[in-house]
Design a protein around this ligand. Sequence first.
Ligand code: MCA
Ligand code: AMP
Length: 486
Amino acid sequence: MSLFSSLAEDSSDPAVIIDGLALDRARLRRAIRAHLAALDRAGVAPGDRVAVWTERAASTVVALVGNALGGVVSVPLNTSLGARELEHIVNDARPTCVIASDPGLAARTPSRPMLSAIDDGSRGDHQLPDRRVDDAPLLVLYTSGTTGAPKGAILTARNVASNLDGLARAWALTERDRIAHALPLFHVHGLCLGLFGALRVGASLSWQTRFDPASLAASIDEGATVVYAVPTMYHRVVELAERDSAVARQLARARLLVSGSAPLSTREFHRIERACGQRVVERYGLTETLINCAVRSDAVARAGWVGPAVDGVHVELVDDARTPSVPRDAATIGEVRVRGDNVFAGYLGRSDATAKVIDADGWFYTGDLAVMDDAGWVRIVGRRATDLIKTGGFKVGAGEVEAALREHASVSDCAVVGVADDDLGERIVAFVVPQPGVERPTSDALIAHVASLLSAHKRPRDVRFVDELPRNAMGKVVKSALIAKP
Ligand code: MCA
Ligand code: AMP
């Protein structure tokens, strides 16, 4: 079966609606043909890696879908990438070329040949290449770890297609659905589940390129049946729905509200149910494994539970010795490990790091701590690493932010932690020891400094100046003491 067979069929429903502008299947096919012709002219061959600046525009959709169909491996780039992170990704992924429409973005990646994504010179409706579901790489997605720079997770066509098929069964997705989301296209959630997921089942996608709670809710009135969002977005939508009954009525009309990328708090789950009568369906995944567990649309969602394994995924809880002896009693905590076609092909050029997370039997160790009940439902209760922060649904390594802060001349020492936050889930807070004899920087200057080197979402939201950091007898910073600080 091919990856996006629905694209070949015509439908009265648009394939993608971008900020209200509809792109039907014939128009999308034409734009993709033109894109593939441009890749050809640039000498890009199947299997090559091509970086795509994920601008908030139709050109991004065309480039990402076109690359997938042409067998070209996309490396999506967040448009807010700072200098240090961009340099790392380009050096690590070594893309054959970079796709950008915006001249400002094109100028930021000067050492690579540049392609403008929509070259609409072509006329007529041509057939698209038939991309089979194979084990060749489809995407390289950069994801943060506890230490060091982000690693490129290689996802194959089979990883993505098998997982999307499992999710389509879990949520009874069909070509009659319209999925609405306001997520970026440089991560699994917006790109794989949202864009590729809609195309795989033949549903239409309403992509809002900027998140606005009222517009996301309004998309349901405009025909969306399913909403994909991170908990921060649901938090902001329900704040609005509590004040505005029209918004609550819009939410009530959705067939399915799906939350993922971070835990949806019990409080928000109940608030949403009170406001609009809908129980949000949670699902749980990682960049490296796509989605492991999902509450099915025909089940009764329970606050805090992410549901059973998605079809095709094996999910187990293991103890510290990696033995699957953890009872399914909804109380005993173990680490989640998963196996199946969903598990990625490894980190680009990092067999050492890959070997740490995948064992000889193909089990991937998530680092997430959970309990399981006797029906196989999973509740995530924490994670092994304290140096990983989930903020607004984005994963951020504390070490990466600390390294960026240390590049500032006025920082002598620092420690970065995630502090519980009603809106973002976790808020990045930096504790900074100023360099003696140097003028103390403002918080805003340090925040802007981090944003200039990394992505905007990796910037601290708070900077606290301290004389020294709490350390244990081994000299290691005691982060729990910092998190506990008021
Ligand atoms: C503000 N901005 C700045 C600064 N201050 N830029 C530079 N320096 C500064 N000092 C800019 C930002 O660039 C941005 O601009 C705008 O201000 C607002 O940014 P921000 O404050 O970060 O937005 P927010 O309101 O905090 O964003 C909340 C959000 C966002 C919309 C919910 O966190 C979000 O999109 N989350 C989605 C995360 C996601 O997709 N995760 C999937 C991971 P501009 O507006 O121009 O950008 S995949 C995954 O986890 C797995 C597989 C799974 O299970 O799904
Ligand atoms: P990422 O690498 O950005 O895909 O982040 C993956 C991590 O997000 C997982 O290891 C979990 O810690 C967290 N995560 C994703 N979805 C959920 C969820 N529904 N509940 C709790 N944590 C989640």
